[in-house]
Write a protein that binds this ligand. Structure first.
Ligand SMILES: Cc1cc2nc3c(=O)[nH]c(=O)nc-3n(C[C@H](O)[C@H](O)[C@H](O)COP(=O)(O)OP(=O)(O)OC[C@H]3O[C@@H](n4cnc5c(N)ncnc54)[C@H](O)[C@@H]3O)c2cc1C
Length: 223
């Protein structure tokens, strides 16, 4: 069966290309940076990642793969104003929480606490779960919150159609669609079966990040 390019191998690869589970983002305006229990020096970093064990990380991948809200999501905490004070009004701070990973379609809650099965209703209680986790590592965080905006995986996709189901990396990076297989074996350089048509961005090797790797490599290749 062929598809858009008429090349059976390439078209099948695109059909089988699968997205990673999604992300919830929480943006916070704060009166001060968090007081990290692990040490005050953590206030100086751009990122603080909360992922206590490999087991917890495995669960936070497997549970959304089964359609479940994870009981203990992994959280990447961004502290932009710790590095660049212009990211907040004088004396204040901003924080973002990248809460990973979540199902685009909610079939249940691994913790058995959230009954909602759509993101409109599940977002607020799920964000409270994430704040509870950060609060354990930075007691008193909630008392510093001046404002908060929660972004569901559906919101991310509505903003950017590349983020299917809120997948922030534009396609899972598991081995069978990474490196020379990304997006399809034989086309990791951004070429397609159609002369003059190129594919670039996070779905192409070397994949997602703000480092612009795929476009840079394609630009170099095309000279
Ligand atoms: C919430 C979140 C957090 C992230 N955190 C990090 C991080 O901390 N560090 C890091 O390195 N990377 C991070 N990333 C990943 C990184 O942002 C992406 O990998 C990178 O931006 C991908 O670049 P791109 O050019 O491929 O696509 P994008 O940056 O997604 O740009 C694609 C553009 O195309 C537009 N578009 C899509 N479909 C269409 C269409 N049909 N017609 C017209 N326009 C269209 C989109 O609106 C978008 O503007 C994060 C991503 C997200 C979503």
């Amino acid at each position: 069966m062929t598809g858009p390019t008429g090349d059976a191998h390439y078209d099948a690869g695109l059909r089988e290309f699968r997205h990673a589970p999604g992300t919830v983002m929480i943006h916070l305006a704060l009166s001060d940076l968090p007081d990290w229990r692990a040490g005050a020096e953590l206030r100086d970093y751009a990122y603080v990642t909360i992922a206590p064990t490999l087991d917890a990380m495995a669960k936070t991948y497997q549970q959304p793969m089964a359609g479940l809200l994870p009981e203990e999501p992994m959280i990447v905490v961004g502290q932009p104003s710790a590095i660049d004070p212009s990211r907040a009004p004088e004396g204040k701070h901003t924080l973002w929480l990248q809460v990973r990973m979540v199902p685009a379609e909610i079939a249940g809650d691994a913790a058995g606490q959230i009954d909602a099965r759509d993101w409109e209703a599940a977002l607020a209680p799920f964000c409270e779960r994430a704040l509870d986790i950060v609060e354990r590592h930075a007691p008193g965080l909630r008392g510093k919150i001046l404002g908060m905006r929660c972004v569901s995986p559906r919101d991310l996709e509505a903003d950017n159609p590349n983020l299917v189901g809120g997948d922030q990396v534009c396609g899972s990076h598991h081995l069978s669609q990474n490196a020379i297989f990304r997006p399809v074996r034989g086309h990791a350089d951004g070429t397609t079966p159609l002369d003059g048509l190129y594919h670039t961005g996070a779905a192409v090797w070397p994949g997602a990040s703000t480092g612009a790797g795929p476009g840079t490599l394609l630009g170099k290749m095309l000279g």
